[in-house]
Unconditional design. Structure first.
Length: 129
């Protein structure tokens, strides 16, 4: 039983390191491919869910509905309002957080905003050159 917990912690640490060292948001499949230990997709999703609940990461959904994950750096304390822009490149498909682009989330009379995500789509500077 203790070995199973140790392996899980090792996998969590690998996922944490992969996300922290990446310069763009990553899908669960990308994370799995980057791991040096064998892991199944459901384990990666469980780790990502734990990281989201703890506020370490947030998710971004691309224009096709696929989820990508990135460490929280400028998120608010409740980690549901990600008041910065995300950019998806149509060429390389990378999604990057744009932490220096704060977006003011409006107050809407009669509505309680539970989550906000902002995605811009275009060509990144690497692919443009």
């Amino acid at each position: 039983m203790e070995n199973k917990k140790t392996r899980n912690t090792e996998k969590q640490e690998q996922v944490r390191n992969i996300l922290t060292e990446s310069n763009h948001a990553m899908s669960a499949e990308d994370i799995m491919k980057s791991m040096t230990v064998k892991v199944n997709k459901s384990t990666v999703y469980r780790i990502l869910d734990r990281f989201m609940q703890s506020g370490f990461i947030h998710s971004i959904v691309d224009q096709n509905g696929k989820a990508f994950y990135a460490p929280c750096k400028t998120c608010k304390e409740d980690h549901t309002i990600h008041n910065h822009l995300h950019f998806e490149c149509q060429e390389c498909k990378e999604i990057t957080c744009q932490p220096n682009t704060k977006v003011e989330v409006p107050n809407l009379d009669g509505f309680e905003i539970k989550e906000a995500k902002f995605l811009l789509i275009g060509i990144c500077s690497k692919c443009k050159t």
